[in-house]
Ligand binder design. Structure first.
Ligand code: SF4
Length: 330
């Protein structure tokens, strides 16, 4: 066993923040090595301690499947992907039905997810309607295109508790989103009182430890509500087809590394799509999904887990499931 990795693990477990070189060292260990499994075990223990042994199930309702001008090369909605050629939206009755089903199933948070073509005012109307059918005070989270401070305040006033908003891997190169606008949106969300959800994503086998470390340090500096490791589900005939997907075994080491690297003040550690290997390595936030998904080429996602499947996954990994509103959007 490489003792320098053990020293880095011990430093993180002791509550100290790792520096860039230490984070890169964790992310660079050989797959399936003793060091990789030590990181996974430590990540699990660290997240478990920070969260009293509890994990959360969040839920995602994808509201539209439109060819999106942001053209993120990892997304099935990207206009250049050619998967979705016309704009389709979930009817409001269907959104409310899905929200009620997730509510009854006991999810800890509900995300409303759109492409960049979804109308902002329409989104506020949907939020108000969804809030009206929820029987529990679970946070509603907006996963939408970039916005300014005025709109962030409108989201907050409409009853939104948080925004999932991320500087993605390859932002500005493999997307048509402006990197400064992504940061400005996150700052606006925080100023308006929205908690910002984060993940290091979407990770493929070609991404280097340096690239991942940059985003981990950015997440730390932005004081996000939680972070984690999400893999890219590679859409056919895109710039990433030649790379394919990273294995969940490798992603599990990143999940453990990110848990340790984000430090004790970022308690939650998400992963997507749901994976037992990543949950075993410390991921304690996973998503059930309905409606549209940027990882699926079907308009109604067939990839998304149900809440019951998420519960089963956690049970297999000996996580307790938190009962009540998410602790990360409080
Ligand atoms: S990831 Fe979001 S912004 Fe980018 S193309 Fe897909 S829907 Fe549009």
């Amino acid at each position: 066993m490489d003792q320098s990795i053990i020293r880095i693990i011990d430093k993180a477990r002791g509550g100290a923040l790792l520096d860039r070189a230490e984070i890169i060292a964790l992310l660079s260990v050989e797959n399936l090595s003793p060091e990789a499994f030590a990181i996974q075990q430590a990540g699990r223990a660290f997240t478990s301690e920070l969260n009293d042994g509890y994990a959360e199930i969040h839920s995602h309702i994808g509201l539209d499947a439109s060819p999106c001008p942001c053209d993120c090369a990892f997304c099935s909605f990207a206009v250049s992907a050619g998967v979705f050629r016309r704009k389709t939206e979930l009817p409001l009755e269907r959104i409310l039905d899905e929200a009620s089903t997730f509510d009854a199933a006991g999810v800890n948070a509900l995300y409303l997810v759109t492409t960049a073509r979804y109308d902002q005012e329409q989104f506020l109307d949907v939020v108000a309607a969804v809030r009206g059918v929820l029987t529990r005070d679970i946070p509603i989270v907006a996963n939408v295109a970039d916005f300014d401070l005025a709109y962030a305040r409108e989201l907050k006033a409409a009853g939104v508790a948080g925004a999932y908003h991320v500087m993605r891997l390859g932002e500005g190169t493999y997307t048509r989103c402006d990197r400064d606008a992504r940061i400005a949106t996150i700052e606006a969300a925080k100023e308006a009182g929205l908690v910002v959800g984060n993940c290091i994503e979407p990770i493929g086998p070609e991404h280097t430890p340096d690239e991942l470390a940059d985003l981990i340090l950015l997440a730390r500096s932005l004081e996000v509500g939680f972070s984690g490791a999400m893999r890219r589900n590679t859409i056919p005939n895109t710039a990433f087809s030649k790379y394919g997907n990273i294995s969940y075994g490798r992603l599990a080491t990143y999940a453990g590394s990110i848990a340790l690297a984000t430090g004790p003040s970022i308690r939650g550690n998400c992963t997507h799509e749901p994976s037992q290997l990543c949950a075993q390595a410390g991921a304690n936030i996973i998503w059930a999904e309905r409606g549209t998904s940027p990882r699926d080429v079907e308009a109604e996602t067939l990839r998304g887990y149900s809440v019951e499947q998420c519960r089963d996954l956690y049970a297999e990994c000996d996580w307790k499931v938190w009962d009540g509103p998410s602790r990360y959007y409080a």
